[in-house]
Design a protein around this ligand. Sequence first.
Ligand SMILES: Nc1ncnc2c1ncn2[C@@H]1O[C@H](COP(=O)(O)OP(=O)(O)OP(=O)(O)O)[C@@H](O)[C@H]1O
Length: 964
Amino acid sequence: MSTIFIAGQRWISNPEPELGLGIILEAANRRVVIAFPAAEEERTYAAAAAPLSRVLFQVGDNIDVPNQGPLIVTEQQEHNGCIVYFAKDENGEIHPVPEQILSASIKLSNAKERLLAGQVEHHRRFALRAATLEQQNTSQAASTRGLLGPRVQLLPHQMYIAAEVASRPSPRVLLADEVGLGKTIEAGLIIHQLLLLERAKRVLIVVPDSLVHQWLVEMLRRFNLKFSIFNEARCRQIDEYEDEPSSIFFDEEESKEKEENPFEDAQLVICPLSWISSHERRQQQLCDAGWDMLVVDEAHHLHWHEDGSSSPEYKLVERLSAEIASVLLLTATPENAGIDGHFARLRLLDPARYPDLDAFLEEQSHYEEISELIQGLSDTADAALSDAEFCKRLETLLGSDQLKSLQKNPSAEQLDKTIRDLLDRFGTGRMLYRNTRASVGGFPKRVLHEHALNAPAGYEQACTTASIEESLHPEQLLGPAWLKADPRVEWVEKFLLQNPDAKVLLIAADSNAAQDLELHLRLRRGIASAVFHEDLSLIERDRAAAYFADPEDGAQLLICSEIGSEGRNFQFAQHLVLFDLPLNPDLLEQRIGRLDRIGQLGDVNLHVPYYAGSAQEKLLHWYRDAVNIFEQPCTVGNALIIAFGEELKAALASSDTTVIDSLIARAAAKAEELQEHLRKGRNRLLELNSCQPQRAAKLIASLEAEQRSDTLADYIEMLAEQFGLDHEDHSDNAIILRPGDHMITEAFPHLPEDGITGTFDRERALSREDIAYFSWEYPLVSSAMDMVMSSDFGSASICTIAVKALKPGTLLLEAFFSPAVQAPAWLQLQRYLPAQSFRLVTDQQNRNLSNAVAHSKLNQLAQGVKKTLMPVLLREVRGSITAMIPHIENLAEDAAKDWIKSATKAYETDRSDERERLQALMSRNSHVAPEELDVFDQETVLGLNALQSLQLNMSALRLAIVSQ
Ligand SMILES: Nc1ncnc2c1ncn2[C@@H]1O[C@H](COP(=O)(O)OP(=O)(O)OP(=O)(O)O)[C@@H](O)[C@H]1O
């Protein structure tokens, strides 16, 4: 730092800090003239003895400029001895701020200047700041960041995916776990991580209309994320523009002036898919609004056609995913409409990896081979690597360099990397995650109940001219009085009366049939029921679902049309009535998945009422004996339909029952063969990519350890004490916080006026939704931490300590430093920094006592100094501490060099792996342009340069004076 006074520099008076920030007016003839605009004072000093301290803000400090909101320093440059800060505002916009224009009444946030100026605070405040700093640095670099706070069970398969996906610079993946295994939760965990890591600010979720509110609620109650639902009504409130004249007075120019992008109004947005994909103007606005992350649920609705006639939904997501860096597509049935649709969705995520359909199909035929190679590497690496044939296969795929380096050093890390490369480049890819019930385990049993009924008169006759779809849905053939004629209706009625305590979900394909049936059962038979179908508004649908979910006074029966078979959570029910069976096996799996999902505590009872001897019965047998879907989720249902679809339809229509029997026998054999093939190939690869149990276990263990520690409870107590909140025990492991009578801030973030009850126990939080789950990531805690660190709260302190081992008059300077890198956020360099703050303790002899004098010990011994004694005390020790500070700063600078070294190494490893992948893809297909590699290299250089700017900023400084 320059000690020469230069006009325009900002300094503060050590004896009179209350004068505010001074500005040097003149520095000549060994004199310095300084004005203090805030106090309207001016002082003249001899330059050599001026009691002034230079005020310099560091990256990350808050600065004030008159008539401008709060700014945060991102960079500083020196010009002719004065500083120009570059500081970002709330919107992330960067402003140049010459130090001359800084507000004169600015508070000092620099710990050193505050200590020297005597602007010190009680040692408990210092302790709170130190604890905050420590925790902030620990959590910022922790691999579990963003996974701790959500109110969810720690399920290994979900945590693994969430951590793995969020660790990528811009995650683009297809989450394709089997129905009900928690894809919404996985997506929520990924969103939560990226938001907390500040790698995403604007998140857009696009979902089928029927799931809009469910997403809204899940994001809020599990992740404390407040999303806003956008629909046409909401957009109109913001954007009054009309593109069609509504009256003869329509003025197009005036209308254009009113144009505003409604999507810029919120950061976290949920949009119903049908609305947005059918509204051209809103789509344009949505694309223009700029997002960091896109999530699309039930992505199998995005239909792709090679000839360009893709569905509007696909086209919309294609447009969005070309613009948005991070994309999550969710579907339990990725191959629902064929393998080409699956390929097209993968291509949306990574066009370089999935350049064309034929190559993708060809690739699939080699999965078994890849799986064998991986098995060789993971089970018998030594033997495999000494087998010439094995090595040749590996070399063909990965090149001789990689093979050689693996043979030279077959360490666990190298083997792991090779397996990952094989999985990514030749296997199912790193874009696709699919966990299955079989791999996760612990799911309830599916129990089929077949209810054979006599077909009503006229049905058989009607079938002779009906299509097969009509035969499967007798309500379409039985005429307007079908409710009376159809024996399934009577069966449902009886079943409900015999099981009055059972919650029953009934799904019927046809919306009209669902409505007729519900009305009939409710009005004529007095059954407490609700109905859920596409003609209801979103609110009406949620009301129906909530009525069904109510355990006390809720409906016994919920009747859904097919839209109720997707995404909804009905696992509190244990009886599903399949009023009809769909021809599409994925649809049936989706239906069963409403009950057979995480949280289901009993058996899943599947009831199929059917007409004996009809197409319904044959289809039931097909699913039971060929697809085996009533026992376990079907993995080959689609493949069977591709192979036997036409034959199946013919068999359903045939009066000869042997036709279906022989078809089922052949299909069952084929299913067995396909399953065997999948087990050895695709499924094994998917399993390997989707969850690595050891890593998952490690992750869970560290989350549990963080959760167990009682430091959070202590920290909240400290917060409450220092900010004047009332803090009271509620019960074991739970507390109540309320605004107190002596709060030091007008309002405390996220603390309701009537207080909040929270528990530190995850299990308790899962069973008691009315109380908050307190973790380091809970908004009240994290905002309080931000409040402490973005101000000068507790940054400088002076205390006395009585220690026999030390001479009275010994001065101990304890400093905490936090790392700051001058780099754009998208480079995400934070994750390469160590998970800690940096602490130093020195004495007047400049001895480094950091290890010998623990922070907790100093806290224990610290005694406050009376305010009236402070000026005298400071006068005595100022000389010594002025000499000690540069030494402690030098130590921090040395430490920063080590940090830079290790961060650079970690960064380089990551980048070189990523570069290798890009190069490998480039050599395999022409869709990766050479320029991409140049851009990648430029980014790497940018990151490396930025890491060199890493500084350790002094964030808190305490002087401890050894007393008698
Ligand atoms: N880790 C968890 N802790 C607590 N509840 C969970 C967890 N994971 C999932 N659930 C619950 O299990 C149910 C299924 O989860 P989710 O809706 O995320 O599954 P999904 O895979 O998206 O389902 P679908 O395939 O039907 O769309 C939901 O009620 C969800 O709240």
